[in-house]
Design a binder for this molecule. Structure first.
Ligand code: PDD
Length: 277
């Protein structure tokens, strides 16, 4: 497998990252996960825009990482991934200065830029049958809108969900469901698609943006408003969306005495989403 590091394409096994790298030492970095459908990178521009916004928030050197769209396309070609489903992973960190110190390293320290592509099985049967999820307290920091590699709280939640037979955790802050540990959350009530407001406590999901655009096109009402944990059972449909899950229905929330069947709005969104990919 060929991967990319700091301007070079190399066999992945030969890639070496310094132990001084601030991604390794401090999780001082950003990442993106992009889907490829038959060699076409889905929403690449939106992923790059989110990365650029994150880089601005973290005060990275202005575009110190080059044309990553082109890097991703080359990775698909070099790894024979121009047909079928693939995922491209991109990570940019604040580089590898010689001494570990919390403040930023000197301005000439180059960012570390890594990217790799792999074939991906979207497990589409889950989109037909639906998933079980588990409510867990959101223990993340106050800038969940920045896609940093500091994912400890997400990992602990995902693991706890898995140990309880759930495919995803729904993270709850102040009584409201914010999102999943690796996906976004949407509900449907009386024909309206409801999504948690985009604040510093949730990631601006590209897939959710796509769903919102589909709703506009198909004249399905879409509203950003809080989704309360204690009123979850009153929703007609629940679903997850994200780069890996696309649009996937939730059929059971552990602890809530109600089963949901994958509903008509979810099905319409799924169909339209697949039309776009
Ligand atoms: N996760 N919320 C969180 C916390 C996420 O980590 C993700 C994506 C999403 C969905 O965002 P998008 O639609 O842009 O993929 C929401 C990626 C796929 C991951 O960490 O693997």
């Amino acid at each position: 497998m060929i991967a990319y590091l700091n301007g070079e394409f190399l066999p992945k096994a030969q890639i070496a990252i310094s132990p001084e790298d601030r991604g390794f030492l401090f999780a001082d970095g950003l990442y993106e996960v992009v889907r490829s459908y038959d060699g076409r990178l889905f929403q690449m521009e939106a992923h790059l825009a989110r990365l650029a916004r994150g880089a601005e928030h973290l005060r990275f050197q202005a575009n110190g990482y080059g044309d990553l769209g082109d890097v991703c396309r080359q990775l698909l070609e070099k790894n024979d991934l121009t047909t079928g489903d693939a995922l491209v992973y991109i990570q940019v960190t604040r580089g590898a200065p010689s001494v570990r110190a919390h403040p930023f390293p000197s301005a000439e320290t180059p960012l570390t830029v890594y990217a790799a592509a792999r074939a991906f099985d979207p497990l589409r049967e889950r989109q037909t049958t639906g998933l079980t999820v588990m409510l867990l307290p959101d223990q993340r920091w106050a800038r969940c809108d920045i896609k940093t590699v500091g994912l400890t709280a997400n990992i602990l939640a995902a693991q706890q969900a898995q140990e309880n037979g759930a495919a995803e955790a729904l993270l709850v802050r102040d009584g409201c469901v914010m999102e999943g540990s690796y996906s976004s959350f949407l509900a449907v009530r009386e024909g309206v698609v409801i999504a948690p407001p985009l604040t510093n406590y949730i990631l601006g999901s590209i897939s959710r943006q796509v769903v919102e655009a589909i709703c506009r096109r198909e004249k399905i009402p879409f509203r950003a408003q809080p989704i309360y944990q204690n009123r979850l059972a009153a929703n007609d449909e629940l679903m997850l969306t994200g780069t890996t899950l696309e649009v996937t229905p939730i059929t059971h929330v552990i602890g809530i005495d109600r089963q949901w069947a994958p509903g008509p709005v979810t099905r319409r969104l799924q169909e339209a989403f697949h039309g776009l990919t």
